[in-house]
Design a protein. Structure first.
Length: 527
């Protein structure tokens, strides 16, 4: 049942959670969270901080998101006691022709989804895999309605980070090394991320000297967007350079695709659960499946203990198993259960109680593994979200919205405790967000307790992966429901997703990120 490994069984890893009256930003990278917290210190709203954090993450965690990303956002406005949602998911290009993605007949695809293999992996890697990005439009839409700080003020910190360049350390080296062969296939990606185009750029392991990625071209692009707004990305100088680069590398994304892209305000999906309401983004996201899992859990399980026990985890597994069966059948989502994905999540709460829960993604780690040399942007591979076989619920076609698993949520209990959580990790996101929500609603856990509580993963396959910290009683009970393997909650890959969240209770705010994440952190504004 237990997978052998080389890691210590006596080492303990924890993150400290501090409660404060000030605002908090929880992000998968500390530097991005610091950027968001600085905006709060300057009197910015949670939305202002979210925009600044979003752009900063594209610099310091470039393989997870960036200007070419898509995603969605849930917002809570304290004065209205109302939730809002923004959908800025990717779309396929208007001129995309499914005939340009012929099946090879040679088994399955090489990345996240077990689709039929396409000749030359054209839907997985390279400029032919690039979909229309939405994150810049999404941040712009939120800013127009709720932003209180000038757009330029919110984007420029990311430009300054890019001018400095991502500080290279052992963790960035690990991430890059795991993808070096794919990055080497594109000369511009190799130039940005690899040493002599072959192996990862690495700094001093003793941290005696600093080495940074050269992100000066990206810095110029970010400054252009700061000066001229989102319009520059979709209709102006950046758009023209981006399209020229993509088409020169064989992609079909056009100026028309960018010009006509629109992020959308959508009515949030309201999910009743026990005495709480949880808000998500409806449509082609993870939220409908998350809602189904919570509905099943509420029907079948009544908490009777002060903390999760064997019955709790079995019911978690049962609810996820049934909810994913529905998703696979009706939505055409067939992502490989243990695929890592390339996604980032962050959550913000300001001192007034406004909240943002934001997930954004390139899809695969390093996206298409292609860099636009004129803009410094690492490009997404959103076309891989579509099934290359025709006649399926999610078949490849022109100008179609992409189906994704991201699931940012905001929850509110009758006691007016609020939380904003989400995660990265492909289909592992749904189980993580469901269990964290249950920990806080069913057992009254605060954020620190919830994030340190062991979780399981069941992502659509007929198999459970359980945290090795769960006791034998729980593991035996899980094994009677479905085959169960035991694995470690580790630094890389994140077998149980990589969440980040904030909470507001009794007018005090707190934040936490995945316990094992070496970069993730919750940063409190000074004030």
């Amino acid at each position: 049942m237990y997978s052998p490994d080389n890691f210590s069984n006596t080492q303990k890893v924890a993150k400290v959670v501090i409660k404060t009256a000030n605002g908090v930003v929880s992000s998968q990278h500390k530097r991005a969270a610091q950027v968001g917290a600085a905006v709060l210190e300057q009197g910015g709203d949670a939305v202002d901080a979210a925009i600044a954090t979003s752009f900063a993450l594209g610099v310091v965690e470039p393989w997870m998101s960036g200007l070419a990303a898509g995603g969605c956002m849930v917002l809570w406005r304290a004065d209205e006691k109302k939730a809002y949602a923004v959908d800025f998911g990717m779309r396929s290009p208007r001129s995309l022709d499914p005939k340009d993605y012929p099946l090879s007949g040679n088994g399955k695809a090489s990345d996240l989804f077990p689709w039929a293999h396409v000749v030359d992996d054209r839907n997985v890697q390279g400029a032919t895999a690039v979909a229309v990005p939405g994150v810049v439009a999404g941040m712009d839409l939120a800013h127009q309605r709720f932003g209180s700080k000038p757009w330029q003020t919110l984007v420029e910190p990311a430009a300054k980070l890019a001018q400095e360049g991502l500080l290279v350390d052992w963790y960035s080296t690990l991430i890059t090394a795991s993808n070096a062969a794919a990055l080497a296939a594109d000369a511009d990606a190799a130039k940005l991320f690899l040493d002599q185009g072959k192996w990862p750029i690495s700094g001093s392991w003793a941290a005696l000297t600093e080495k940074h990625l050269n992100q000066e071209v990206l810095a110029q692009t970010l400054q252009e967007i700061a000066n001229h707004g989102a319009a520059s990305f979709y209709r102006g100088k950046v758009a023209q350079a981006l399209v020229k680069d993509i088409q020169s590398k064989g992609g079909c994304l056009s100026l028309e695709d960018l010009e006509y892209y629109e992020a959308r305000w959508v009515d949030p999906l309201e999910i009743p659960y026990r005495d709480a309401t949880i808000y998500g983004v409806p449509g082609l996201t993870g939220a409908p499946t998350f809602a189904k899992a919570l509905s099943l859990l509420e029907q079948e399980y009544k908490p009777s203990t002060v903390k999760p026990d064997a019955k709790t985890y079995v019911e978690y597994a049962r609810a996820l198993h049934e909810a994913f069966a529905m998703r696979l059948e009706s939505m055409g989502d067939h992502e490989a259960p243990q695929a890592p994905g390339s996604t980032t999540h962050f959550s913000v709460v300001d001192r007034h109680g406004n909240m943002c829960s934001v997930t954004q993604t390139l899809l695969s780690i390093f996206g298409s593994r292609v860099v636009s040399p004129s803009t410094g942007i690492l490009l997404n591979n959103g076309i891989m979200w579509f099934d290359p076989e025709p006649g399926k619920p999610n078949s490849l076609g022109p100008n179609k919205r992409c189906l994704a698993n991201y699931c940012p949520v905001i929850g509110r209990t009758q006691e007016d405790t609020l939380f904003a959580i989400g995660a990265s990790g492909g289909r592992k996101i749904l189980g993580a967000v469901m269990q964290l929500s249950s920990f806080m609603i069913d057992f009254g856990f605060d954020l620190e307790q919830a994030f340190h509580q062991p979780r399981i993963d069941l992502s659509g396959a007929d198999k459970i992966v359980a945290d090795h910290h769960l006791d034998d009683v729980v593991l035996d009970a899980l094994g009677t429901f479905l085959p169960t393997s035991v694995n470690r909650r580790n630094i890389f890959p994140y077998l149980f997703a990589c969440p980040a969240g904030v909470m507001r209770a009794s007018r005090l705010n707190s934040g936490c990120t995945e316990v094992m994440s070496p970069w993730g952190d919750a940063v409190i504004e000074n004030g």
